[in-house]
Design a protein around this ligand. Structure first.
Ligand code: KG4
Ligand code: ZN
Length: 347
């Protein structure tokens, strides 16, 4: 039996997770504690790096204590430490990596510096077990929008496509601001959209022309189009139909994400699609993905929302897969890499 501690601090969530790796390679979730600084960023409409770093520093030890309490474990039970070393905000990553080094060194256990994006994919194994090989992953959050081919979570992930401008969650956050909804924009837009008409306004579907990159995304044009539409209404002194704008915007995002994911899975011969990241909590995205995957004969896996957003359990889970695969640990002079490519699963 092996206990792995996972630490996440790449953005505005301080996450500490504990998992147990069984002799059969199964990974069991024991604790998943998260402290978020999202409220401190709300009035700025986006994450402020310096504020996030300080919040990680303050939250790290209390979050760690809570995780051990929930799991009923002691520090001395830990057999390996995994930590996000990239991609993410430099100062924020540094807090987690420094903490992880201190724990690994003082406990005399191996340290694994791991990729945050691979962690998002690993989160699903905590809920639905091992991933078939290959699996297609659609990663959609505030910082990333990518299609990944996952051959082996511990060794081989290839980027198939990504956003050429804004991330999907970023578009939600920016559109929310335009229509007067709070930050982060995903949850309030999701809610408003339930009351609106998704066909009310024909917003553009980025990069879906015949000559466009098949598996890349673009949400900047959509965001601008929503802003122009709302401005025109306001200029004419007309009321903005917030629910219809939210529903029509959301439909455009869900349509493009699911169409491209299903097309990639079909073209490249992958029969399982995993969707993860904060935007995977979106009700319309899940509904449309389920419909389109069923029609194309693709198995859809979406972890519960708590595992989709940033957390330490996903990092512990990825650490467990690395330990199980016998991957070499990182050295204690591990550094952070804010631009770590997804193909580098561990450093
Ligand atoms: O994965 P995450 O917690 O953090 C990052 O790594 O960015 O994702 C946060 C993003 C935010 O942009 C937020 O607006 C979006 O996920 N989000 C949603 C929903 N819940 C959160 N977007 C659409 N629908 C939701 N229900
Ligand atoms: Zn993330």
């Amino acid at each position: 039996m092996t206990i792995i501690l996972g630490i996440e601090s790449s953005c505005d969530e301080t996450g500490v997770g504990l998992v147990r790796l069984g002799p059969d390679g199964a990974v069991e979730l024991l604790a998943d504690e998260v402290a978020s600084s999202v409220e401190q960023h709300a009035r700025f409409g986006g994450v402020v790096p310096e504020v996030a770093s300080r919040a990680h520093l303050e939250a790290m030890v209390p979050t760690m204590r809570r995780a051990f309490e929930v799991a009923g474990l002691r520090l001395s039970d830990v057999d390996a430490v995994a930590v996000t070393c990239g991609p993410g905000l430099a100062g924020a990553l540094l807090v987690g990596v420094s903490a992880a080094k201190a724990y690994a060194l003082s406990l005399g256990v191996p340290l694994y510096g791991v990729n945050h994006l691979a962690g998002h994919v690993a989160a699903d194994t905590l809920e639905h077990g091992a991933l078939p090989s290959p699996t297609l992953a659609l990663l959609v959050s505030g910082g990333h929008s990518q299609l990944l081919r996952v051959d082996n979570l511990a060794g081989e992930i290839t980027e198939i496509g990504s956003t050429i401008d804004d991330a999907a969650g970023e578009a939600y956050d920016k559109v929310a601001r335009v229509i007067g909804l709070p930050y982060p924009g995903g949850p309030p837009i999701d809610k408003a959209a339930q009351r609106g008409n998704p066909a009310a306004i024909p917003f553009p579907r980025g990069l879906t022309g015949p000559r466009d990159a098949k598996y890349d995304f673009s949400f900047s044009g959509l965001k601008t189009s929503v802003a122009r539409w709302v401005e025109a209404r306001e200029r004419d002194g007309e009321e903005v139909p917030v629910d219809d704008v939210a529903a029509s915007f959301q439909e455009a995002v869900a349509d493009v994400l699911t169409a491209k994911a299903v097309r990639a899975a079909t073209d490249l011969g992958m029969s399982t699609l995993v969707i993860s990241g904060g935007v995977a909590a979106n009700s319309r995205l899940k509904q449309l993905a389920a419909e389109r995957c069923a029609a194309a004969g693709i198995t859809l896996r979406v972890p519960r929302p708590r595992l989709c957003t940033d957390n330490g359990a996903m990092i512990a889970a990825l650490g467990a897969h690395l330990v199980a695969a016998g991957v070499k640990p990182s050295s204690l002079d591990l550094t952070t890499d804010p631009a770590l490519p997804v193909s580098t699963i561990s450093v």
